[in-house]
Design a protein around this ligand. Structure first.
Ligand SMILES: Nc1ncnc2c1ncn2[C@@H]1O[C@H](COP(=O)(O)OP(=O)(O)O)[C@@H](O)[C@H]1O
Ligand SMILES: [Mg+2]
Length: 252
């Protein structure tokens, strides 16, 4: 399926908006429908180019950039993302250990059980116990994070300073470290009943990463404390979510 119709640069159109994002092209196409049909987007009032799942800079002029390319690239590297989030005021990240080169601290005096987020040579997650850091990783590869006792997981869609959709993750295999649709997890829309703190933290997380838009993964632990886990620049969209996002983009 054609995604982007490449025009020759001589008559290249200029756009009102350029939106950068990573991964899922399917969601990008859905979003495109709310401006007009096609990968380039030309509607009467809004011209928007959606670079969903494409990390190269656009060669066209545009007025507004939704998610800068450099900020998006930063979130692709999860170690860089965690470092930035840790420095962001008002955002709580689970206790994290980022190994420096091949030097490893003794961690068991601090936290007992970790989740390993490994990125190279492929993404995987694992649980490890204190001094048994069997899968030793370096800072280029990933990080260890305190394993939280999860009560609820949320996904908060944020555009600029507005959290516009809040979901709770339901169903699935409670032990799965990949809480995705393929593992039986689904997002259930919430109008209220979530910890109010997740909104403020999500806004700050998106801003702290230099993004305009993101789907923020938040964990509420058994003691009711709230932690930001990651920010997705290409969260799964459906028609409803795409429409909501398009509304916010058009308001810019
Ligand atoms: N520190 C943590 N403590 C407990 N569970 C975690 C922790 N970090 C991640 N998880 C679990 O792993 C899942 C995936 O982690 P996440 O960082 O969102 O990566 P991705 O969604 O890209 O796979 C989360 O939804 C959560 O269930
Ligand atoms: Mg996630």
């Amino acid at each position: 399926m054609e995604t982007f119709r490449q025009n020759s640069s001589a008559n290249a159109p200029s756009f009102d908006f350029v939106l950068y994002s990573q991964a899922s092209l399917e969601s990008g196409r859905l979003l495109a429908e709310f401006f007009d049909n096609g990968g380039w987007y030309l509607s009467k009032d809004v011209h928007c180019l959606i670079r969903w799942g494409n990390s190269s800079p656009v060669q066209h002029s545009f007025k507004y950039e939704i998610n800068s390319l450099s900020a998006v690239k930063n979130t692709v590297n999860k170690v860089e993302m965690i470092k930035k989030l840790r420095k962001t005021e008002g955002v709580k990240v689970p206790w994290t250990y980022i190994p420096v080169k091949t030097k490893f601290k003794k961690l068991n005096s601090i936290v007992n059980t970790f989740i390993i987020n490994k990125m190279k040579p492929f993404v995987f997650k694992d649980i490890c116990h204190n001094n048994k850091l069997v899968n030793k990783i370096s800072d280029k590869e990933g990080y260890y994070q305190k394993l939280l006792d999860i009560k609820n997981e949320y996904r908060v869609f944020v555009f600029r300073d507005k959290p516009f959709l809040v979901y709770v993750k339901e169903g699935g295999d409670k032990n799965s470290l990949f809480r995705k649709r393929e593992n039986g997890w689904r997002l259930v829309l919430l109008l209220d009943g979530y910890p109010p703190d997740i909104l403020g933290q999500s806004i700050k997380a998106v801003a702290g990463l230099g993004l305009d838009f993101g789907g923020v993964d938040v964990i509420e632990d058994k003691d009711g404390r709230v932690y930001v886990i990651e920010v997705n620049t290409a969260p799964q969209l459906n028609r409803f979510r795409a429409r909501k996002l398009a509304e916010h983009i058009k308001e810019v």
